[in-house]
Design a protein around this ligand. Structure first.
Ligand SMILES: Cc1cc2nc3c(=O)[nH]c(=O)nc-3n(C[C@H](O)[C@H](O)[C@H](O)COP(=O)(O)OP(=O)(O)OC[C@H]3O[C@@H](n4cnc5c(N)ncnc54)[C@H](O)[C@@H]3O)c2cc1C
Length: 384
């Protein structure tokens, strides 16, 4: 995949940022579970929060293949950094594709600089896969909506002053998805962040429980002009989200593979570099092959996204394959490192803790398989 020269330069800038500024500090930030304030500020300066916001609202959007390579580079350094810009990009795409002109002008310029950060809230304590069963409700009251309900596992919730909230504006609608809308919610009275959730990995950035108790927002908070479109709007947004998660997984897999490849040449046993033992060499061969396949699938899905076609199947396949691959490569990287793979003084244990998030987040891999199977039947195969 050949990027335009300016896009190549953006990816190169992020690669250098990761090598020079992220890699030297990541282990300390990770183990202290510290919010990476300085790194996020540099990401804002580089323009990472505005990568999908075109002029006149931002500085110009990049192609999806460029965007996923930026996310991959960030995740190669620290998955948490790629996570910090994932939901934000989905919300900017939602506003761009479905928002009113007023919403675009109100939010996008500040989102492009990172001055305003955004996140999306779909998952509820009662479940994340069955979104149509959600219980968060926004009732119209005069010129306002009044929101009641709860969301959970919402990434970057404390640092985001804008939440794209998936909720029911007509809880009695059948089918249920026709009663679902997205509201653009700022931090109004009645909206509280009740809890930071402890987690295995994805350290440094918060995932929180949100509560809405009579939270009042103006009617203009409805994304777009009509109620009942939120489910379809979010499904389009999730195409971007799933490509982003696939890119994160690819970044983690690449870091694990690169560390294992280097270690296998540094470490010796029985008078040989360990890669020369066929068992270790085979592991490296499998890891490299799977990584190359994952990356190719990601880039082809990203390229298709830019054609404007529906890519729920392609994004689902990329998310499924890249995340399962990241899991396998992270585990094999632990094996290659022997006892040091289990040490917190090396990075491979972090990859092993970060990889499972991509299996679960942005729709579990079981849910992706459902989407893929449905589309395979509907489209009559892969269209090859
Ligand atoms: C660190 C972290 C950050 C997150 N950030 C966000 C965020 O910013 N915003 C947000 O909205 N959500 C976020 N999530 C939530 C995430 O998207 C959900 O956890 C995920 O969608 C699964 O929902 P659940 O946890 O309720 O699992 P459930 O829906 O309860 O699923 C449990 C199990 O049942 C399986 N299952 C359920 N239904 C089916 C089915 N129909 N077919 C086959 N298998 C099925 C699932 O695959 C899974 O194995 C985050 C999660 C984590 C861990």
């Amino acid at each position: 995949m050949v990027l335009a020269a300016e896009e190549e330069a953006i990816v190169r800038t992020v690669r250098e940022f990761v090598d020079k500024q992220v890699k030297p500090v990541v282990r300390e930030l990770e183990h202290a579970n510290t919010y990476p304030e300085d790194l996020i500020e540099t990401m804002k300066e580089i323009g990472i929060f505005g990568l999908s916001i075109p002029e006149p609202y931002g500085f110009g959007a990049v192609s999806m293949p460029c965007y996923v390579q930026v996310a991959e580079e960030l995740a190669r350094g620290w998955m948490s950094l790629a996570g910090a810009m994932g939901g934000h990009t989905v919300v900017s795409k939602l506003i761009l594709l479905f928002g009113t002109e007023d919403q675009k002008q109100t939010y996008l310029p500040r989102m492009a600089t990172g001055e305003l950060r955004a996140t999306m809230a779909l998952t509820e304590p009662g479940g994340g896969s069955d979104l149509q069963a959600m219980r968060t409700v926004a009732r119209r009251d005069g010129d306002d909506y009044v929101i009641d309900g709860a969301k959970t596992w919402i990434s970057n919730a404390r640092r985001s002053d804008l939440v794209a909230l998936l909720c029911k504006t007509d809880p009695d609608a059948t089918p249920a998805h026709t009663g679902v809308s997205i509201l653009l919610v700022e931090k109004v009275p009645g909206f509280t962040i009740s809890k930071d959730l402890p987690k295995l990995g994805y350290k440094g950035v918060e995932a929180c429980e949100l509560n809405f108790a009579g939270a009042r927002v103006p009617a203009g908070a409805l994304l777009g002009a009509d109620e009942g479109k939120g489910f379809a709007q979010m499904m389009k947004g999730l195409e971007v989200g799933r490509l982003q998660v696939a890119a994160r997984a690819t970044g983690v897999a690449r870091a694990a593979f690169e560390d294992a490849l280097r270690y296998a040449q540094d470490r010796e046993s029985f008078g040989k570099q360990i890669w020369e033992h066929q068992a270790v060499g085979n592991m490296l061969a499998d890891m490299g092959t799977k990584l190359a396949a994952a990356r190719a699938l990601l880039l082809s899905a990203a390229e298709k996204f830019d054609s404007g076609e529906r890519v729920d199947m392609e994004a689902g396949m990329a998310k499924l394959f890249c995340s399962e691959t990241a899991m396998q490569i992270a585990l094999d990287a632990v094996r290659v490192h022997g006892g040091y793979g289990y040490s917190t003084e090396y990075d491979v244990e972090r990859y092993f803790r970060d990889a499972p998030l991509m299996i679960v987040g942005e729709g579990t891999n079981e849910i992706q398989k459902g989407v893929i199977a449905k589309q395979l039947v509907k489209r009559g195969g892969l269209g090859i």
